[in-house]
Design a protein around this ligand. Structure first.
Ligand SMILES: [Fe+2]
Ligand SMILES: [Fe+2]
Length: 138
């Protein structure tokens, strides 16, 4: 899955993090395609999990500062994703869940990043017009 300009939520730092996550996703897909084993995919899973945790913390801090009205619901959605990632990690000790992880991350990108994240992006752009963080990613 390649990054496209229309994926931008209008906040450079967040866009960079979303790009980074897509990079991880490509790495994971490539590892699967080349037949790399569990040690590679499990290592990536751990890295992705930590990266996403940090990303959620950054997003939530930003939305807190900006007093985003839908923050509680957004947090619930983040928590559900983290719980699912934890479950996948636990299962990955005993079984190969790499394909499932790729599928889950793609779904997350399409259903959370391109919907809920873009919603707060639009809200912030309207609430704080002209503010630097609202400039689209290059
Ligand atoms: Fe996000
Ligand atoms: Fe989010």
């Amino acid at each position: 899955m390649e990054w496209r300009p229309e994926y931008s939520v209008g906040i450079k730092t967040i866009d960079r993090q979303h790009q980074e996550i897509l990079g991880y996703l490509r790495e994971l897909s490539a590892a699967l395609d080349s037949g790399d084993g569990w040690s590679v995919t499990h290592g990536l899973l751990i890295q992705i999990k930590h990266y996403i945790k940090t990303h959620f913390a950054v997003e939530e801090a930003l939305l807190e500062i900006c007093d985003y009205p839908d923050l509680p619901a957004h947090k619930v959605s983040h928590a559900a994703i983290e719980t699912h990632m934890e479950k996948l990690e636990r299962r990955s000790v005993k079984e190969d869940i790499s394909q499932e992880l790729v599928h889950f991350l793609k779904e997350w990108f399409l259903n959370h990043v391109l919907k809920s994240d873009k919603e707060y992006g639009e809200h912030l752009a309207q609430t704080f017009p002209g503010v630097a963080f609202a400039s689209p990613a290059a």
